[in-house]
Write a protein that binds this ligand. Structure first.
Ligand code: ZN
Length: 258
């Protein structure tokens, strides 16, 4: 019997080994790349004179900026995983359109202490928020904030963002690092005259704001160090990068921002 048992054991071991080999040769199950957490998507970090500035374009119009542990949102509106994003210390609203002023989203991310600043027309429409008007500068928590004009120039677009409504864009200064979030505007003379902008967000959707070529031309005039085309709708932000390929001092960041 002994040889037989040895034979059987050998056969079993061979079968097991073969089984192991077979399983190790099976193709791996397709892996979906891990999705970053909502608070990490599209995040970039810039060094300021006083520590890191986190920049997160969230969607079509919303931008989150984090500095010294505080959270600054411009135009928090529309679809995003708002419950998974940090609560706001400061909310800035550029103008009254629903894709920029979204009371439901504001209610989700605000706390009892959140400072909310808005253009006069947006504050009036919302029924909340403190007015900040073009040309005004405020110190808010750890940053300086300036309201700048945002309006249409092209005759058949004037009705969307008429200059007399005084919609805002904002320049937020984080220890010397200046971030310009343009809101809904075209390449106005005030935009073209901006100085020392480190990071700019320029809208490119039509018919409401401006084409990629107009945004690229405005960027050539004020030369932000980093440019995010945003508010893109069906326009192609990569077109802005192509048009500015010869401007080596401007880094154009192309993102899909639904
Ligand atoms: Zn608008």
């Amino acid at each position: 019997m002994k040889p037989c048992i040895v034979y059987l054991l050998a056969a079993w071991a061979t079968a097991m080994a073969a089984g192991c080999d077979t399983s190790s040769q099976q193709p791996a199950a397709p892996q979906t790349p891990p999705q970053p957490a909502p608070s990490e998507r599209n995040v970039a970090v810039e060094q300021t004179a006083e520590g890191e500035l986190t920049i997160q374009p969230i969607n079509h119009s919303a931008v989150r900026l984090a500095f010294k542990g505080r959270q600054y949102y411009v135009d928090p509106a529309g679809k995003a995983d708002w419950d998974a994003l940090p609560k706001a210390d400061v909310i800035l609203i550029t103008h009254e359109h629903r894709d920029h002023l979204d009371p439901d989203v504001v209610a989700k991310i605000r706390t009892a202490d959140t400072v909310i600043l808005a253009s006069a027309a947006a504050a009036a429409k919302a029924g909340f928020g403190e007015m900040i008007e073009i040309g005004q500068t405020r110190q808010v928590l750890d940053i300086t904030l300036e309201a700048v004009p945002a309006y249409n120039l092209t005759p058949d677009r004037l009705r969307y963002h008429p200059r007399q409504r005084k919609d805002n864009g904002y320049i937020l200064t984080f220890a010397g690092t200046r971030v310009y979030v343009a809101g809904d505007t075209e390449g106005t003379e005030e935009m073209r005259a901006l100085k020392d902008i480190d990071v700019a967000f320029l809208p490119i959707n039509l018919p409401y704001t401006m084409p990629a070529a107009e945004a690229a031309d405005a960027a050539r005039a004020f030369k932000p160090r980093i440019l995010y085309p945003y508010h893109q709708g069906t326009s192609d932000p990569a077109e802005v990068r192509r048009l500015l390929a010869d401007e080596t001092a401007i880094e154009v960041r192309v993102l899909a921002l639904p």
